[in-house]
Design a binder for this molecule. Structure first.
Ligand code: AHR
Length: 307
């Protein structure tokens, strides 16, 4: 998926440094902050010139940033697409300029897959499945368990995948029902607001809260406590990311389980950029391997947690 013909002598052969333009999606979560840090540190470590900008949750702004990188004739563009759709035009422009594009942590849904070179990140659908498998293993028996789902940014790859994977597995078990799904932007504040609404609508009927990321789960935990219930006991709370704050919440018994989503993608991204510049073929998808953490394992793992 690279275009080696365009690069008979590589920049590295000529002693020039590689320029990578990185269009980050925002600063919405602990996960995102760790991801940004990882990209910046890895570029420095790899001796790659990084042009970094942040779209702060605006797809329009992310497109503008990518267009600027194209104008600046960077060697490679990487970005974390806010949503799955709406990228055809700008990706076509990058392709015509001969600039390869790497998708970082979120995939796109475009009709022509040659518009992007590689994806580095998690299998979001599998994360949703793993959350549901854990739940199905824990909550068995005759009781019907009612779930509230706190979704991430509408049409973003993690929100789409985590919902699809979770519901696919939940449907296979007769004892679960999704009471309501709410949509936020992966922030603590959104998680709190969505949970307040869910509690107003369903109150004590809620058995399980499935949050598409830790920050929303932590916001929901706050809302549940303010409502006078005990998160982790009166309701099972599960989330995705497994960042340090989630580990702390598991240690204090307020979060029951977190499926890992690894934000430390910087080193893999820099390796992919170098490989591309060396004319090497990249695999279309580079998927990170990740764990599942519970209250039983959280205490031990907390000290090793890097993000
Ligand atoms: O794309 C990865 C997701 O985006 C993370 O799970 C979430 O925390 C972040 O904001």
């Amino acid at each position: 998926r690279s275009d080696p013909e365009k690069r008979e002598t590589t920049k590295q052969d000529e002693g020039k440094s590689i320029v990578l333009g990185f269009a980050q999606v925002g600063t919405e979560s602990s996960w995102r902050l760790a991801n940004t840090k990882s990209v910046i540190a890895a570029a420095k470590e790899a001796g790659i010139d990084l042009l970094y900008d942040n779209a702060e949750q605006s797809q329009e702004r992310q497109i503008e940033i990518i267009r600027r990188f194209i104008k600046q004739k960077v060697d490679v563009i990487a970005f974390s697409p806010k949503t799955e759709t709406g990228w055809e035009e700008v990706l076509q422009e990058a392709k015509e300029a001969g600039i390869p594009v790497i998708l970082s942590d979120r995939e796109v849904n475009v009709s022509d897959d040659t518009l992007w070179t590689a994806y580095i990140g998690s299998d979001m659908m599998d994360e949703g499945r793993r959350a549901a498998h854990w739940l199905a293993g824990e909550l068995t028996g005759q009781k019907r368990y009612r779930i509230v789902e706190l979704e991430g940014t509408e049409k973003s790859a993690p929100a789409v995948g985590r919902k699809k994977g979770f519901e696919e597995v939940i449907r296979q078990h007769g004892n679960f029902e999704i009471l309501g799904s709410y949509s936020g932007d992966y922030t603590y504040e959104d998680g709190k607001k969505m949970m307040e609404t869910a509690l107003r609508q369903h109150g004590k009927l809620i058995d399980v809260v499935y949050a598409h990321n830790d920050d929303m789960a932590l916001g929901a935990i706050q809302a549940i406590e303010e409502y006078g219930l005990h998160p982790g006991k009166d309701m099972v709370i599960i989330s995705i990311d497994a960042t340090r704050p989630a580990f702390q919440a598991m240690v204090t018994g307020k979060l029951n389980m977190a499926v890992e989503c690894n934000p430390l993608l910087g080193p893999q991204l820099m390796k992919a950029v170098r490989d591309l510049m060396d004319g090497k073929e990249l695999p279309m998808k580079i998927i990170t391997s990740e764990g599942v953490f519970t209250q039983e394992t959280a205490k031990r793992e907390l000290q090793n947690r890097e993000f």
